[in-house]
Design a protein around this ligand. Structure first.
Ligand code: ASP
Length: 428
């Protein structure tokens, strides 16, 4: 199924937004006709699109994270360099989520809404907010918290409402680690099955995305006709917060890393620009991989074995921009819905965003199912995701650029460590 181009998505979003605002200004948000259209057409249509995403999220996330861990097994075979790659990925991703959370806490983009608009929003989207409980551990001693993280029953963790996401991720990591210890012939059928599930659920996400121009248009019509310009301003602040935080991560953290290995950041990014542009245009790390590989070897003097190893693993496992976006998105929606996240909860959002960075596929909008899942965990109705959809495409373009830039920067550092001497494999 053809994925919509950014142009069709933009047209859908603008049409929905423009006609919603027009309806509100001309007739009033609670005019019978506008209200009828919103309740019987726009909202159900938009929700169907969201449901398609939500319906596949648990198997998709579980299987992707398990396969992500199995994929990291390739790191083991390259010993020290694998450890450097993985260690750097984790540290740089943690820094990126930290920057995102700090920005969301400082700017507080979700807080500018007038009380009435907020109350309306909560009333509309929180139909089942009552069901949503914050999954805090029952006892608060550090040992009890650790014990509570691992679910007693993985199936229960998957089917509880909201799903016990962190628990589920731990079980996925456990399964991935266990699979790695099996021999290839025993492991193969299981990973084949998991890959099949990921492929099938990705097809469903593709269907949802094919509906996206209409779905986003309908959702934005509903939002704009009901909540008007106030909501748009808040969304613009959210988008600016994400882009600003991504910019800081790119300019400060990546530059520092490159300078640490003796490379000029300005030169490096000028030479890498083709890969960055492809990432920006496609919103897909996977689709950018061939260009990134060529740019790395031909322009950035990264030896081919290092490039193919680090960039291939990085296309799915190293997604700094995605992790940052997910953290800000969850905090933003919590602010919009008046859910105050404690420090502990923010730390668990950070852990989930980090895992998401490893588990999210490198395809357009791959973060959205994950954000929906984390929302449920922190007590915000998953339908709130609708608010983000109108601005997601542009943010996806930006975060994918940062994802690919991060892969290239890490490849440059690994090169410095090794010079390509000991790495003579192609990652699988
Ligand atoms: N589009 C991103 C990528 O391919 C993933 C995401 O954040 O949705 O890297």
């Amino acid at each position: 199924m053809a994925t919509p181009t950014p142009r069709t998505l933009l047209i859908g979003a603008l049409l929905g937004l423009g006609s919603g605002l027009l309806a509100r200004v001309a007739l009033g948000g609670d005019h019978a006709m506008v209200d009828g259209f919103v309740r019987h057409v726009a909202e159900p249509g938009g929700r169907l699109f969201l449901r398609l995403l939500l319906a596949v999220v648990v198997p998709l996330v579980f299987c992707s994270v398990t396969l992500g861990i199995v994929g990291l097994g390739a790191l083991r075979r390259v010993g020290k360099l694998g450890a450097v790659t993985f260690g750097l990925t984790l540290v740089v991703s943690a820094v990126s989520v930290g920057i995102g959370l700090a920005a969301a806490n400082i700017v507080r983009p979700g807080e500018g809404l007038p009380d009435q608009v907020r109350a309306d929003l909560i009333a509309r989207y929180s139909a089942d907010a009552g069901k949503v409980a914050v999954s805090a551990p029952r006892e608060a001693t550090p040992a009890a918290i650790l014990v509570d993280l691992l679910p007693r029953n993985p199936l229960g963790a998957a089917t509880s409402d909201p799903p016990d996401l962190l628990g589920l991720l731990l079980v996925a990591a456990l399964l991935g680690a266990a699979l790695l210890s099996l021999n290839e012939s025993t492991r193969r059928p299981v990973t084949d099955l998991l890959e099949g599930i990921v492929a099938a659920t990705t097809v469903v996400v593709g269907w949802a995305m094919a509906l996206a121009p209409v779905g986003v248009g309908l959702l934005l019509f509903a939002l704009a006709s009901r909540f008007g310009f106030d909501l748009l301003l808040v969304l613009a602040r959210f988008a600016a917060t994400v882009i600003g935080a991504l910019g800081i991560h790119f300019a400060v953290v990546y530059s520092a890393l490159l300078m640490a290995v003796g490379r000029s950041p300005v030169r490096f990014w000028i030479d890498a620009k083709e890969a960055l542009l492809v990432a920006f245009a496609t919103s897909s790390s996977n689709a950018t991989l061939p260009t990134a590989l060529r740019v790395a070897t031909e322009r950035l003097a990264i030896p081919a074995p290092v490039a193919s190893f680090v960039l291939t693993v990085g296309a799915t496992a190293n997604q700094n921009g995605t992790a940052l976006f997910e953290g800000v998105a969850v905090l933003f929606l919590a602010q919009v819905f008046g859910v105050n996240l404690t420090m502990d909860q923010q730390v668990s959002v950070m852990a989930m965003a980090l895992a998401a960075g490893v588990g999210t596929a490198g395809v357009p909008s791959a973060s959205l199912p994950f954000v929906a899942l984390v929302l449920g965990v922190v007590g915000v109705p998953a339908e709130a995701l609708a608010l983000l959809l109108g601005v997601d495409r542009i943010l996806d373009m930006c975060r994918t650029t940062i994802n690919v830039a991060g892969d290239l920067a890490i490849a440059a550092i690994v090169t410095r460590f090794d010079g390509g001497q000991t790495l003579n494999l192609t990652a699988d």
